[in-house]
Design a protein around this ligand. Structure first.
Ligand code: NAP
Length: 285
């Protein structure tokens, strides 16, 4: 049987480290990291994510503020509200919960956030820093995969890593992060031909496509290590990943489970990014 890579365990360990770091930073600088989350409109899934972020901040001693705004607000007023937080030195991280209601220009709103307050790592400056392999703030879900690798001593250096899914949130940044860690990365997507041949040759596979139980035994080799980022809700209400876990667990070296794998890492990485933003902003003091 393959090893189960436990995201709950690793995310708890990262949160412990963040909690400790917050205490040290408060002793050193007399203030705590603060995260501001903009929640515009009434998207139900977003409401849950925003609550979870607030809860995690509270657990770790990070200050948090949720700016709840009606969908009726004008773009001009939203820009004004975000800019107020950009100019506020007591705010270290700014997150605009996506998706924004359709009438807003997401790109324009995100571009207001300076790179050193961009806890989601989605602004153009941080994307450029990632490509240039410079210090920056990088997207939480891909960082979660990298930290799972670190914790389990799975070194991607020189390995043949296949990432399936090329979204700007997961697949593309993960491709860059792993390339910067000297992996040989193949990025696959819906137009990839002979995907099963490509995945079968991989040392490490990361699935991020949003298709339930897509990756099966005939697509892997027995030495593969598999990270399943997918979160899919089935008709019976249950959650499953992009990998057929039951089918794979006996036929691979290691694999994450859904839930309890890559999912819990995302929020831990958000907390880590918030602390990193604080540290960057206090670097010269
Ligand atoms: P997305 O924006 O919908 O992108 C899906 C990607 O998968 C696209 O690049 C698409 O290719 C590719 N794809 C779709 N069907 C495919 C197929 N049959 N074969 C190969 N590639 C295929 O999705 P996302 O935002 O990256 O999310 C992916 C999954 O991760 C979802 O289940 C989501 O819920 C989950 N997720 C989890 C977390 C977390 O753990 N916290 C965070 C974010 C996302 P094209 O580009 O050609 O269309």
């Amino acid at each position: 049987m393959g090893m189960i890579i436990d995201g709950k365990l690793v995310s708890a360990s990262i949160k412990d480290e963040v909690k400790q770091r917050v205490v040290e930073l408060e002793e050193k600088y007399g203030s705590k990291p603060k995260l501001v989350v903009f929640y515009v409109g009434e998207d139900k899934a977003s409401a849950i994510y925003v609550n979870n972020k607030e809860k995690a901040c509270n657990q770790l001693g990070i200050l948090s503020e949720v700016v709840r705004l009606s969908e009726e607000i004008s773009e001009e007023d939203l820009i004004k509200a975000v800019n107020e937080k950009v100019d506020d030195d007591s705010v270290n991280g700014i997150l605009v919960q996506l998706p924004l209601p359709k009438k807003f220009d997401e790109k324009k709103i995100l571009s207001l956030i300076p790179w050193y307050k961009d806890v989601d790592g989605l602004t153009e400056k941080n994307v450029a820093r990632l490509v240039l392999n410079e210090e920056g703030i990088f997207p939480c879900t891909p960082m979660g995969v990298v930290d799972l690798m670190k914790y389990y001593n799975i070194d991607p250096c020189g390995k043949n890593v296949v990432v399936v899914g090329r979204s700007i949130l997961v697949g593309k940044p993960l491709m860059m992060l792993l390339t910067n860690l000297n992996a040989t990365v193949t990025l696959c997507h819906s137009r990839t031909q002979h995907l099963d041949e490509i995945t079968r040759r991989a040392d490490i596979i990361v699935m991020a496509i949003g298709k339930p139980r897509f990756l099966t035994q005939n697509m892997v080799n027995k030495d593969s290590v598999i990270f399943d980022v997918g979160i899919n809700r089935l008709d019976d209400g249950k959650i499953c990943g992009d990998c057929d876990f039951e089918n794979l667990i006996d036929n691979v070296q290691a694999i994450t489970k859904v839930p309890g794998g890559c999912g819990p890492m995302t929020i831990a990485e958000l907390m880590k990014n918030t602390v990193k933003c604080f540290e960057i902003q206090h670097k010269d003091e």
